[in-house]
Design a protein around this ligand. Structure first.
Ligand SMILES: Cc1cc2nc3c(=O)[nH]c(=O)nc-3n(C[C@H](O)[C@H](O)[C@H](O)COP(=O)(O)O)c2cc1C
Ligand code: SF4
Length: 429
């Protein structure tokens, strides 16, 4: 999904400018609303830089790219590494159902770029690279925003835009580093992690586009302000892409901890009867309907055995077959690997085939037995977490659609499985 529409948001911070203007904010709009970024003319890794890292730590900001890693800890690691660093903005949004980063970079590019400039100052970076998917409007729009800043002499550290292939694993952080370095957009085994040795062999901070936009606001308004929304263990707001069977699909901004049910309401509410919700995208988990009251904090999601990922919520209507939807996604996930590690080369296609058999009502007990065995040996064995995400997704499908599994076994055919899919698959499989 690219540049999804913004739906109503009650907690406008990142999107406040968009809600006020009703259009994307140019540099002049941005400076009128927020003033210039608090970037003093002091050399890199100055005390001001470490003060910013401290404020980000006090704010409790965690990464919005899916892993919820503490941002200040990452900044400290990069700042502590030797030599000039590089800042990479990950706006390459590989999840097909996610639209928040493209939308944010479209409507508030200067928040993202301010955040990257502030982070560069704090970690001692002399280069900023903004990664977006190749072939869309986003690269040109971001280039225009960068040019506006150059004309206004707002660019202390050079910013370049890098177009990345539109594949799922291409936006994983080591893939981005590889690609920027002139290699393939494929993950590499770690260590070294990008913060140790990344772009041009330099310590590299790779963070999500939304994460940088939060840094831009925290630097201006402070940690207490940031913490005034959200929950103590997961402060601030976040962008959520809410799609599927809702009246107004799009991106909403809400305090972290808002329940899934409230996010659905913010997207206009269910447009028809629901049977389940997919949270976290294709590396995430299906939630049964009672779990829609789960607050969207990493801790609450982990306690529910779920993964929030980069804030994706897809409402699945009752008319759909959850097993057929999952089979389509798993077939796509199996084709999206970098085909360089055993779990992806052998494991994911086999799991996808087993799921196809289940969806087609062709599976017998041996298929389920084999599937469980395969799923148990895959996690943690690839260079990246792609296979882990696919297995998490598959396991949650078997659990949440367990009664439908029984139906497929008994009935021998499922009319819902033949209907057009609800979950978006690039290329429209
Ligand atoms: C298969 C895979 C795909 C990923 N895709 C994205 C993505 O599209 N956008 C993103 O920001 N992070 C993505 N990540 C996570 C990044 O590797 C990295 O952790 C993230 O950009 C760090 O940003 P954060 O700390 O702000 O969350 C992906 C990870 C994996 C394993
Ligand atoms: S685990 Fe899979 S997607 Fe990740 S690097 Fe290995 S083959 Fe590629």
């Amino acid at each position: 999904m690219t540049a999804a529409p913004v739906t109503t948001g009650t907690a406008g911070r990142l999107l406040a400018g968009y809600h006020a203007l009703g259009r994307a904010a140019g540099l002049r709009d941005h400076l009128t609303q927020h003033g210039p970024p608090p970037l003093p003319g002091i050399s890199a890794r100055s005390s001001v830089g470490s003060q910013l890292i401290q404020v980000v730590e006090d704010a409790g900001l965690t990464g919005r790219g899916g892993g919820a890693f503490p941002t200040a800890r990452k900044m400290r690691s990069v700042a502590a590494s030797r030599g000039p660093a590089v800042v990479v903005v990950n706006a390459a949004e590989g999840e097909p159902a996610s639209g928040k980063d493209a939308m944010l970079l479209t409507v508030a590019p200067h928040l993202v770029l301010d955040g990257a400039a502030l982070a560069a100052h704090a970690v001692g970076a002399r280069q900023i690279v903004v990664c977006v998917h190749a072939g869309g409007e986003l690269a040109a729009g971001t280039e225009r925003a960068v040019a506006e800043r150059e004309q206004a002499h707002l660019t202390a550290v050079p910013i370049r835009v890098c177009e990345v292939p539109g594949r799922y694993v291409a936006s994983e952080e080591t893939s981005l580093v590889n690609w920027i370095n002139g290699g393939e957009a494929k993950p590499t085994f770690t260590p070294p992690r990008p913060y140790e040795r990344g772009v041009d062999g330099r310590p590299t901070m790779v963070s999500n586009a939304e994460t940088y936009a939060h840094i831009a606001l925290i630097a201006r308004y402070g940690a207490e302000w940031f913490r005034s929304l959200g929950s103590p263990d997961a402060p601030g707001t976040a962008l959520f892409t809410v799609t599927g069977a809702v009246a107004v699909p799009g991106v909403v901004e809400a305090p972290v901890g808002t329940t899934v049910a409230d996010l659905l309401r913010m997207a206009g509410g269910p447009s028809e009867q629901l049977q389940a919700v997919l949270a976290g995208g294709y590396g995430g988990t299906w939630l049964s309907l009672p779990l829609v009251h789960t607050p969207t904090t990493p801790a609450a999601f982990a306690a529910a055995g779920a993964a929030l990922g980069p804030g994706i919520i897809i409402a699945l209507p009752s008319r759909a077959c959850g097993l057929a939807e999952s089979a389509r996604v798993l077939a796509w996930m199996a084709g999206e690997t970098a085909a360089q590690c055993g779990p992806c080369v052998f494991g994911l296609p086999a799991i996808a085939q087993d799921f196809a058999a289940i969806a087609d009502c062709r599976a017998d007990a041996s298929v389920y037995h084999r599937l469980q065995q395969r799923m148990s040996v895959i996690p943690g064995r690839g260079a990246c977490r792609h296979p882990d995400g696919a297995v998490r997704f598959a396991a949650s499908a078997l659990q949440v659609f367990a009664s439908h599994v029984n139906f497929h076994e008994r009935a021998g055919r499922c009319l819902a499985a033949r209907r057009p899919g609800v979950l978006p698959i690039p290329g429209g499989r």
